[in-house]
Ligand binder design. Sequence first.
Ligand code: ATP
Ligand code: ZN
Ligand code: ZN
Length: 804
Amino acid sequence: MTQIAEVIVDVPTMQTNTPYSYEIPPALVDQIQPGMRVVVPFGKGSRKVQGFVWQVDATAQPDPDVTLKAIDNVMDPAPIVNAELLQLADWLARTTYAFTITCLQTMLPNALKAKYQKWVSPTDQLPDDRRTSLFGDQKELLWDDSLPAETVKQLLLLNRQHLIKIRYEVSSKSQVKKVMMVKPAMSAEELHVAKNSLRKSAVKQIKLVDYLMTHRHEIRQTELERAITISSSTLKTGEANGWLSRQAVEVYRDPFQTAVVKTKPLQLNPDQTKAVTAICAATNQEKAETFLLEGVTGSGKTEVYLQAIANALSRGKQALMLVPEISLTPQIVGRVRGRFGQQVAVLHSGLSSGERFDEWRRIQRGEARVVVGARSAVFAPLTDLGVIVVDEEHESSYKQDDNPRYHARDVALWRARYHHCPVVLGSATPSLESRARAEKNVYTRLLLPNRVNNQQLPQVTIVDMTEELRHHKESSFSSVLLRALKERLERGEQSLLMLNRRGFSSFVMCRDCGFVLQCPNCDISLTLHMDTKTMKCHYCGHEEPIPHVCPNCHGRHIRYYGTGTQKVEQELTELLPDARVIRMDVDTTRRKGAHERLLKQFGDHQADILLGTQMIAKGLDFPDVTLVGVLNADTALGLPDFRASERTFQLLTQVSGRAGRAEKTGEVFIQTYNPDHYAIQLAKTQNYERFFGREMQLRHRGNYPPYYFAVKIMASDVDERKAAEAMVKIVRQLKQVLSPQAITLGPTPGAIARVNKRYYYQLVIKYKHEPKLDSALFKILSQAQKQSRSGLQIAIDRNPMSFM
Ligand SMILES: Nc1ncnc2c1ncn2[C@@H]1O[C@H](COP(=O)(O)OP(=O)(O)OP(=O)(O)O)[C@@H](O)[C@H]1O
Ligand SMILES: [Zn+2]
Ligand SMILES: [Zn+2]
């Protein structure tokens, strides 16, 4: 009887997307479990690759005609992917058109990703002079990126002539942080004897023995060295003499830089109580129910999450809370840690790879029972989930825009079904998809219609900037907004100013009349392409020159739209020289911890105005902010995408919600060139339900999601013609399997036609029910794989966030 392991190998191609069988060698029998990483020989020349054990068959009857290769080595003492996550990887691969190996690697912290080293050694046939010139007196040479091109060329040639050998070594980058601990190894009496035998001049050694006689507990080596100013060589002498023992002890890196204030559960208002009760009931009955928690800004959604989590913990279960790009919301993390303390682990991109790895291990070992994190935290290895929260569920950052192109919300729903626990999708402005599902009772809708303590929503004023420009010289600030800012300065209250940078410079607009160039065939605006100096439609391919005169008012103030935060800051210091301004954008927040620092400064009243990009729109809860100004509401509206209005409405509602959250009432000014646009008008009243109704009508008329499903196919190549041809071929192939009800848009050039010297072409298919589509797409992927050597790449995005 032989034991056989099915292994997913780290060779991302369609052909290797199913497990390969390997024999488990006698030494490893009964040791290998699914979810462990192994090193296996693969392909010609049996190079060594890493793989994940998918399944183990302990009583296999192998085919005597087939000789199986054997597993080389095991990389993990225990599985690093549990049974649930193996299943999840399989599901992800099938639904996102990704390789299973890519899905498995996506779930793990970077530190656990495989690293390969290539080692080269001479054969006996290699002439001596070549051996010396290449290898010197070394037996092996590491073949990595640092080798000069000339050497690589030589090595390739020698390899073809079989004059050198190549060995692959698989190693893992995982780095457990260890510190050296020191403790006395002799009794005080023994040390006393030892001291007497030392020479008087051995001052350092005497110091050390004295210390060890009086301090009998374990201490960090570095601390001890500092305390009595001795060096590590003295400690080594001490160890050699048997005075002390040293031991490397594993420690966790601490990703939290700031201390938190402990908080207690708040007394819930009736709406919150209703929501918490419903969620807790689902947790307690182990029911995979999905709740849509629709609550206006400042309605206390976070408190609902916290109490639902507390209930899960009290039942001995665990909780997962997703927040969009966590570095944007240090305040929320602080609130979760304030409630649950040490039990909380945080996973987000702002952590170093070592910190992430440590947080991940704390979760895997069951030491952290609450996980807060951004998108990829949805894969946290929690084993007994009682509730999953997706805060700001409409956020597009939950969708990964690289393989595997998964949506964290979908993964959360999958895991909830696996664990039989509820999911809470929370937002003041739910995605149309989620709200539509609540309409059909697929999700349970929970409402928080009022702000906490019935505080009023802020008063929103729409400022027509075309009107403003007629009376004043060009400025980023309307006179009403400037007046409001001055008032806040006089009263010692704070203001937020948001500059919308989405779609920066990607379209042109007339500064006189607000006209944005539209496609004659589609209900969508044209995109500026600087490489070809033309305006293009991404849906039908229409193209025309960049206008120099406005086609609408014949004015000459056509602009590439967009102003930078830096420029606005400068303007602000000229207009309001006394105002203290904090600027928050990609430039000022690049350094680690900069976000937290700037927000803390603002919270401590070290500034009057916080000026920033979209990153200030979400999650902030500052009681003294009574004014919010949006400098340019239109940039997102100009984008040629079916979600443009939805995004604009969401952003304006979110940012407006930052004003007047405590006792003082808030005021909001939205500057726009499209004052009559429904997304802006409805953001004024913060009427999500009316927006939902209106937008659903438009989506229905245009056959857009959520009425239709969509899939986007992208082809890219350094040769533009090849990318285009591949796309045409794909369209032909798909037309054979698609029903007449499916709608295809394209092929058209990608939104950015050339990225990294590659040309992009794309195709969008809108459909309702196409049973043959999936298998056709997998076939296309697998064909493309065979051509990938030529440079052609195909990517498939199911339910894309945009059609651009
Ligand atoms: N039941 C309550 N009693 C008193 N204060 C509360 C209660 N619930 C929440 N709060 C407070 O009200 C404020 C707003 O709540 P919270 O930030 O949770 O709202 P939110 O709905 O998550 O807001 P947003 O969507 O705007 O980020 C917070 O300062 C919170 O501490
Ligand atoms: Zn068009
Ligand atoms: Zn005009």
